[in-house]
Design a protein around this ligand. Sequence first.
Ligand code: SF4
Length: 251
Amino acid sequence: MNEDFATKAKMTWCPGCSNSAILVAFRQALNELIQEGFLKLENVVAATGIGCHGKILDYLDVNSFTSLHGRLIPTMTGIKLANPELCVVGFSGDGDSYAEGLSHLIQAARRNSDIKIFIHNNQVFALTTGQATPTSPKGFKGASTPFGNIEEPLNPLRVMLSAGATFVARTYAPEIAKTKEIMKAAIRHQGFSYVDIIQPCLTFFDTRNYYQERTYWLDEKEFPTGDCKAAWSQAEVDGEKIPLGIFYESG
Ligand code: SF4
């Protein structure tokens, strides 16, 4: 087995783009789950929406499907319905699933569809050169908001918790080892798994310093991951401290 699931495609992400870290984390997670006997490669299907995140399929030698913008979730749901034996993993972006595809994301959480969704959240429409998305902060200056974004950002973790998602986590792309572990937990979870991956866009919204100064990991032994109210409280954004980890998981 090709343990990196590598292809011969030329890398077209910007040099240093943190999408590469997500790719590495997923390759490692997939390899370990296969070695541990949890998955068979032939039963894995990876799908994407449209955006910089979508290029990840160019570099993964697995069964795959590139969907339409904002229509990743129905595509994943259809694949799973057609063959429930498959493990259906989706990669999306904040533009793809918090803007165009938000209703689909909410319905999948509400139904507890047995699909796994990883959102590359760089808080900007990067592929189209820097427009504001629902998670862009107030004041963000980009191609569509040259005088600063006047809107408050969406809190996607709270949206997912209130929609009834049974696995809710957040990670930070440069932390590859932790992201790998969260991806493995998300794939092992039976039901809908949602992971928001903070993914700085080096070209249109470089937030690396901001997140490196503010992020910290929830204590895996102390934090009550079965307590939705505790998860809701932790998901509050105060701009000073940004927790990472598994916020909520229910059986
Ligand atoms: Fe990565 Fe941003 Fe470049 Fe897209 S535009 S490849 S998200 S650095």
